[in-house]
Design a binder for this molecule. Sequence first.
Ligand code: ADP
Length: 275
Amino acid sequence: MASSRKQRPLRDLLRVKPGSKVDAAKLDPGETYGYRKDDVAPKLAADLERLAALQERLWAEHKRRLLIVLQGMDASGKDGTIKHVMTGLHPLGCRVIGFGVPSAEELAHDYLWRVHQVVPGDGEIAIFNRSHYEDVLVVRVHDLVPKSRWSKRYDQINAFEQTLADEGTTILKFFLDISPDEQLERFKERYDDPTKRWKFKTGDLEERKRWDDYMAAYSEALGRCSTEAAPWYAIPSDRKWFRNLAIAEIVADELERLDPRYPAREDLPKDLVIE
Ligand code: ADP
């Protein structure tokens, strides 16, 4: 990318406009908006530094909360994003929560029960690796509950996220968009590489056969649940370096907008002698 040309913020380019119709299958997972792999290392490093400094202020301020939701098909890079973008964060103020197949106890409650318990508290960043959106994705694709139930969940999710936002939580939701070809490559790599094999699940091959159903489910989730309070960002993720670049910039920009402040500590006497 020519440094003389001012690039538009990626949050403007990638945000799913509230109320828009989305066709997830038509997004381009290979788009890089003019950025080139060989040129982006300094920008990524600068954004990660910005992110770490702002997160420390968020934690020190201890007033506001940030929820980051990561969704995407298998091997879309949810774990990789956490490893590469959330690196350098103060561990005390940061939690990662993975949502797998619900336990018997979780299934005995409404689907938001397990989610609400782990939303971020004051000063915290919570990163959801999968989320309540599974309840309109895998649940819809596999008919795990009747349509009469899952079809109401879009409005319920919007109301839930609005409540969190009204109470002081900023929400950023990222759809990591990969192509079926790229997924296949990553599956093969996982299978062939002994250091990655532990991630490979034969069940993932079954899910892959339902790609179109998943894209239809993602389209509706992104279209109906990208709101002012909790926007979705569709991140082209075939290139890992662009995915990391985009998410680092968007999270850092959002924290900058929040502008967390170190507490002033007016409670401390001005003339205290520390010896
Ligand atoms: P990952 O595949 O993300 O590395 P896991 O091995 O824990 O992590 O798998 C998560 C699995 O749990 C996924 O197949 C996902 O679809 C499934 N899952 C998550 N939430 C639900 C849900 N609410 N109902 C059914 N399955 C779910």
